[in-house]
Design a protein around this ligand. Structure first.
Ligand code: DX5
Ligand code: ZN
Length: 215
């Protein structure tokens, strides 16, 4: 089953609640919530208080923490009621410990990989996460073009999980549109984050249905 997570980054910030409802009605599965700290990535976005409000709109919140020292923020996001907390492998010194911390807080644990990061860094934590987030752009901005080499990484991550008999979610983030989605699904992705292409689509429901049909 293919699932779609609209990225709040591309929403209309003056009508954010209505925008989340619009995506829910269009068939979105999760709400992808991009947290940026101005340090791990150049931009600054939203924090855990905002996640609590977004969660109240009724879509499971998928918090993508593009921040340094994410371990300091896990409890706050868990208390805000988010479903998934994803940290960047590049942003933590002790990935195994942080993943355990996320699960102990009652959330699904995710690991995100920047485009230049090898999937090998997942090898010794394969049983310790519920979601691998393959970044197909450099994190920090919406509206970028997908980096084609990252599609191979999606296949590699899915292959590693399959060989280990682990059913974690493979999520892809960055440059997802109606042209790239089928290639990502063919490579093994089952959760697609969509920002600018989805919010810019004339018909969000048709966009989401088309992406889901790829599975
Ligand atoms: C980028 C964010 C993405 C972004 C995707 O740093 O993690 O979630 O919103 O936006 P699009 O779909 O426009 O590439
Ligand atoms: Zn993201």
């Amino acid at each position: 089953m293919i699932r779609v997570a609209p990225s709040l980054l591309a929403a209309d910030y003056l009508n954010i609640g209505a925008d989340i409802c619009r995506m829910k009605e269009a068939g979105a599965d999760w709400l992808h919530f991009d947290v940026m700290d101005g340090s791990f990535v150049p931009n600054i976005t939203f924090g855990s208080d905002m996640a609590r409000r977004a969660e109240a709109c009724g879509l499971p919140v998928d918090a993508h923490l593009m921040v340094v020292n994410p371990e300091k923020h896990i409890d706050a996001f868990a208390k805000a009621g988010v479903k998934v907390i994803t940290v960047h492998a590049e942003a933590v010194n002790h990935l195994h410990r942080v993943l355990q911390q996320i699960r102990a807080a009652g959330c699904l644990a995710g690991v995100a990989l920047n485009p230049a990061t090898s999937p090998e860094c997942l090898r010794y934590v394969l049983g310790d996460f519920d979601l691998a987030l393959v970044m197909t752009v450099n994190p920090g901005f919406g509206g970028q073009k997908l980096i084609p080499a990252c599609i191979d990484k999606v296949s590699e991550v899915r292959g590693m999980l399959n060989r280990a008999g682990i059913k974690a979610i493979v999520e892809v983030d960055g440059g997802v549109n109606l042209e790239t989605a089928p290639r990502l699904v063919a490579a093994g992705a089952d959760m697609l984050v969509a920002g600018s292409a989805l919010y810019g689509a004339a018909d969000a429901k048709a966009f989401i249905e088309t992406v889901k049909r790829q599975g």
